[in-house]
Design a binder for this molecule. Structure first.
Ligand SMILES: NC(=O)c1ccc[n+]([C@@H]2O[C@H](COP(=O)([O-])OP(=O)(O)OC[C@H]3O[C@@H](n4cnc5c(N)ncnc54)[C@H](O)[C@@H]3O)[C@@H](O)[C@H]2O)c1
Length: 299
């Protein structure tokens, strides 16, 4: 494998594609916003194109890092008359690293296979900092031979690679991880609001939790650094996290599992997104929930 196409040069895509380039592959970037692809190409000694047919002809594998599975399907089969799928050579790999819906991924896999292409799902965790330093956790689903073939590309972006099962299992793993993170953030926000109202300093609360049993990724990395500091700058949008928790809640529904916690947490994140706007940093959800919990304090 020599040339990798990268579709979706946003907060995560740029550092991930840069690491594939650093790993010695030729990289051709494409984004709905061609200025993003051009800027990426200039900065990282790569190529850019706004033509999906050219991207298909040039590449042995395509990585997608897009908001949802819908954009992945669009890029492959709908945009520019379906030029990407039509121009990739038989046997070329599609590596979907977006956080997409696992049931949709299995459906996409059938359509991809019908075109003699091979789909692997490989969503990531670790956020922008770990995308930059190439230390993402990557959850890989797909046929074993396909996974073996794309692993060297994935190893440029992450150092914790997990083969979690058949196609779609990576996306299932990812939405369940983000459900846990989202639940933890919602609980930490509530604990801060209750603590503050009773007279506890939220910074002290964070310090105590961080050496006690309530400790989590959220308490260690987000409460002081992004919420209490007022930075709200993780680079992970509220709309994207709300989408991930919804995927987890829907997955439970689709496979007939009653998941009340998932429904509750999904509803809370959807409320925050609808009130604040999906483009805000996800850590700002705290502001919305606190306003609802303490209506008089907000006036
Ligand atoms: N930001 C994070 O910390 C983080 C962490 C892990 C996983 N994720 C997941 O990774 C994915 C990307 O997240 P992000 O934060 O980089 O998003 P982003 O919004 O910053 O980037 C998305 C990019 O895709 C482009 N795009 C949208 N539709 C397109 C299309 N049809 N064709 C080509 N380009 C298109 C946009 O122009 C944008 O450049 C999401 O699924 C998200 O849930 C994000």
């Amino acid at each position: 494998m020599k040339t990798v196409g990268f579709i979706g040069l946003g907060n995560m895509g740029v550092p991930m594609a840069a690491n594939i380039r650093r790993g010695g592959y030729e990289v051709v970037g494409f984004d709905l916003d061609p200025a993003r692809a051009k800027a990426f190409a200039q900065e990282h000694n790569a190529r850019a194109t706004d033509q999906l047919a050219e991207l298909g002809r040039a590449c042995d594998a395509i990585v997608t890092m897009l908001p949802t599975g819908r954009e992945v399907r669009d890029a492959l089969f709908n945009m520019q008359g379906g030029a990407l799928a039509a121009n990739l050579r038989p046997g070329a790999f599609i590596i979907d690293m977006s956080s997409a819906d696992p049931v949709g991924t299995r459906e996409l896999g059938k359509d991809v296979a019908a075109r003699k292409l091979v789909l692997v799902d490989a969503p990531v965790s670790g956020g922008v900092p770990r995308a930059k330093d190439g230390s993402l956790a990557i959850m890989i689903g797909g046929d074993a031979d396909a996974v073996a073939a794309v692993k060297p590309v994935l190893a440029c972006m992450g150092n914790k690679l997990f083969e979690v099962g058949s196609l779609g299992c990576g996306h299932a793993m990812k939405c369940l991880n983000n459900f846990l993170a989202a639940a933890s953030f919602a609980a930490a926000s509530e604990a801060m609001t209750v603590g503050r109202k009773f007279g506890l300093d939220p910074a002290v609360l964070a310090d105590v939790v961080n050496v006690s049993t309530g400790r989590s990724f959220v308490s260690e990395n987000l409460l002081k650094q992004h919420v209490l500091s007022g930075v709200f700058g993780t680079g992970f949008a509220l709309g994207l996290l709300a989408k991930d928790v919804r995927i987890a809640a829907d997955l439970a529904d689709q496979i007939g599992v009653d998941a009340p916690v998932g429904r509750l947490i999904s509803g809370m994140w959807a409320d925050a997104r609808d009130a604040l706007g999906g483009e805000q940093d996800h850590t700002r959800a705290v502001i919305h929930w606190e306003k609802r919990a303490l209506p008089s304090a907000a006036e």
